[in-house]
Design a protein around this ligand. Sequence first.
Ligand SMILES: [Zn+2]
Ligand SMILES: [Zn+2]
Length: 200
Amino acid sequence: MKQTNFHTHTSRCHHAFGNDEEFVRTAIQNDFEVLGFSDHACWKYDSDFVAHMHMKLDEFDDYKDSVLYLKDRYKKQIEIRFGLEAEYFPKYMDWLLDFCIENEIDYLIFGNHYYSTDEDHIYLGGAKGKYIKGYFDTCVEGMKTGMYAYLAHPELILRSTGGVITPEIEEGFHRICKTSQDYNVPLEFNVLGMQHNLRI
Ligand SMILES: [Zn+2]
Ligand SMILES: [Zn+2]
């Protein structure tokens, strides 16, 4: 069976381990045909905010050099793609689009972790009250931009309720599924998310 993986972080996001080449070698050993690197995108903030789970702007060149080097070095054994996992931060989307074009990013995956911008510190994996609806609203809005190849870990919101699917959350998932179908944006089946929910 053709194996692919498009959701791969590197140590630059501060929550992944190992060096970039080890990921490639492991993918080759396990017969993967395509390995997409998609570390958390850097942002150019209006404020002096420093993100703790994204690479910093000045770390991007090293990421790019590394992925493009590996893409070339292992091109006979595996297809490597150069991507990013990016949020939907409405006020910075023009910047992101320009940045992706300028750097010839192969693809973006949509990881909706923070509401509005992470400068506001509203983590959607712990969203309460109006931000539960806000999670689904922003998933749908982001998917409609056409910028993302797929929606990563749609189940992130379940961390807010300890895995319980309330009527509000069920309705939200229906909206995500409908948008996925209408706009042809696939949904990721995230094994880490599944493990997290099973532990609860
Ligand atoms: Zn991720
Ligand atoms: Zn993510």
